[in-house]
Design a binder for this molecule. Structure first.
Ligand code: R5P
Length: 300
């Protein structure tokens, strides 16, 4: 097996490759002054099972184009198979047409990856359970929830005064899974209202009985507003300790600053998206999904 990294995921790929006791295969990636990209494999892949690992966080389009080209290069160069690991799948919040006239953007990027030559796909904590159905090729959906459960136990964050909180109604299924993994912790959800034009977020009614300590769970943090708004509502209702767990650290706009300044004690994310030094903050802790991806690759 030969494993290649896209430019968005070098650290994670190295960790995955180390778990598999493989070197990271060499590929050249060049960005021209006009923004066009070129990739070139620097080793033979003829009849090889290959893996390409690239997260498609910001800048999403650029990372996708690079990934399409890498998959195409592998197919043209004679690879036997190409497993595409996309730890964070960009455009997954556009998995269906919400309003007439919109594109189904996720389907477009998935078709590109499939057409380019992807044999199978691995992703983590998809935004919706229906996302694997958008693929025509096999998908292995992984989840960081078991790692979160381990961390919560390790750091002894649970006591009789703890609830699990979803900062929006769409996250209830995810919350129930984490609750089960932890042996049945009570759950609460906060209503989120998002203005579809401006993107502004307001947290509204709380469903369920809150307690003094809250573990807030989400699949991704982009601007950070969903978490911060929910945390403020919870604080207003008497919650005194809050810990956040989210798989994908997109960290757009000033997410790092507002999370650091929020009432939450700590923010746990994974390395599905590389968090550059400039976006790191004191309350942040990153949990690696490398071993989980390596395990999945061992079985393909
Ligand atoms: C939305 O449905 C997602 O689960 C996240 O809650 C959302 O994408 C987070 O976005 P932001 O951090 O910009 O509020």
């Amino acid at each position: 097996m030969k494993i290649f990294s896209g430019s968005a995921s070098r650290d994670l790929t190295k960790k995955v490759a180390d778990h598999l006791r493989l070197p990271v295969a060499t590929i050249e990636h060049h960005v021209f002054p006009d923004g066009e990209q070129r990739v070139m494999l620097k080793e033979s892949v003829v009849n090889e099972d290959t893996v390409v690992l690239q997260s498609t966080g910001m800048p999403t389009d650029r990372h996708y184009m690079e990934l399409f080209f890498m998959i195409d290069a592998l197919r043209r160069s004679g690879a036997k198979s190409t497993t595409v690991v996309v730890p964070y799948l960009g455009y997954q919040r556009q998995d269906h047409v919400f309003r007439e006239g919109e594109a189904r953007s996720l389907e477009v990027v998935i078709r590109f990856m499939e057409q380019a030559g992807g044999t199978r796909f691995i992703g983590l904590d998809f935004h919706s359970v229906k996302i694997p159905e958008v693929f025509l090729k096999p998908v292995i959906p992984l989840s960081a929830l078991s790692l979160f459960a381990e961390k919560i136990k390790q750091e002894q964050l649970l006591d009789n005064d703890t609830v699990l909180v979803s900062p929006d109604m769409g996250g209830i299924r995810r919350l129930d899974i984490l609750s089960d993994l932890l042996g049945g912790v009570p759950t609460v959800s906060v209503e989120k209202n998002r203005d579809l034009i401006t993107g502004d977020i307001n947290a509204g009614a709380i469903h369920g009985m809150i307690k003094k300590k809250a573990i807030i769970l989400d699949d991704m943090i982009s601007s950070g507003k969903t978490i911060v708004q929910a945390a403020k509502v919870l604080q207003h209702q008497g919650v005194v300790e809050m810990f956040v767990f989210a798989t994908h650290a997109i960290f757009s706009e000033d997410a790092s600053t507002i999370l650091q300044g929020s009432p939450v004690q700590k923010v746990y994310v994974t390395d599905t998206i590389h968090v550059p030094e400039i976006k790191q903050f004191a309350k942040l802790q990153v949990i690696s999904v490398a071993e989980m991806i390596a395990e999945a690759l061992r079985e393909v």
